[in-house]
Ligand binder design. Structure first.
Ligand SMILES: [Zn+2]
Length: 266
């Protein structure tokens, strides 16, 4: 993958710059290191237990999970929609269980499917933004990220009053220094996750549900997908099947899913 190779080269450059005692510190590498540092920290999503310091962006800059309020609540979140099939199917499953979800929408899909966004909100779910285009922030300049976020917010605001999003999730969960600045300028709060299903890579819905179940606890923020616009075919169907199991496990554990606004702000 060309993008991944570019990112790997950039990481190597940044790391060599940061080595203590390194005699060669190229000036061009310093901005690259500043650009990449936040994502070095959020790489903890791959090793959440073994390397906790890698998951350590402060809560003021991004949220990995809800506060320890003692309330038996989690937030189930769904990325990459709105999708004409997947989004309302997911919403229906949540509602059958008496729970609410949060949907991180892609701006260009919001423009194509505004009625789905309207319906999600009318039915009590939260609508956040996942950017206007689903682009990796490390592979673009901070100014492009800022423009993308502004456009994403506008796409939702045009739907009607009350649609301005409160929360933003970066594509691929990776952020540059520019992402953090752009997010704060746009008045958005960045939200990552504490549990994911990796349903784009797993073959069986049961494996997706089991991966999430291991980290279901009060305050958990769970990542699933209601769309496979940027994932292999079968991803969204697997997520929906797994969701049924996750909802049953929540119910059995006495937990319920609420919107991010309810989880983080009440
Ligand atoms: Zn995504």
């Amino acid at each position: 993958m060309k993008g991944a190779a570019v990112a790997r080269r950039a990481v190597r450059r940044a790391v060599s710059t940061a080595l203590p005692g390194g005699r060669i510190v190229r000036s061009a590498a310093l901005p690259a290191a500043a650009h990449l540092l936040p994502s070095v920290l959020v790489l903890g999503q791959w090793w959440p237990r073994a390397a906790p310091p890698l998951r350590s962006l402060p809560g003021g800059l991004c949220r990995w999970r809800g506060p320890d309020t003692g309330r038996p609540e989690v937030a189930l979140t769904f990325d990459d929609g709105p999708d004409p099939v997947g989004s309302l199917a997911v919403a229906g499953l949540l509602e059958e269980a008496g729970m609410a979800g949060s949907f991180f929408t892609v701006g260009e899909l919001v423009e194509a499917n505004p009625e789905i966004v309207r319906e999600l909100k009318a039915r009590g779910h939260e609508v956040g933004t996942h950017g206007y285009r689903h682009r990796h922030h490390l592979l673009q300049r901070g100014s492009d990220t800022a423009a993308d976020l502004t456009r994403a917010v506008s796409a939702l605001e045009r739907i009607g009053p009350g649609f301005r999003p409160r929360y933003f999730r970066p594509p691929y969960g990776q952020v540059s220094a520019g992402s953090i600045a752009a997010c704060q300028r746009a008045g958005l709060e960045m939200v990552l996750w504490s549990a994911w299903g990796r349903e784009w890579a797993e073959q069986e819905p049961a494996a997706v549900a089991a991966r999430i179940a291991r980290r279901l606890e009060p305050g958990a923020i769970v990542l699933l997908h209601d769309s496979e616009a940027t994932s292999p075919p079968g991803t969204a169907a697997r997520a929906r099947e797994a969701l049924g199991e996750v909802l049953a496990k929540l119910d059995a554990a006495g937990l319920r899913s609420v919107t991010l606004s309810d989880l983080l702000r009440r």
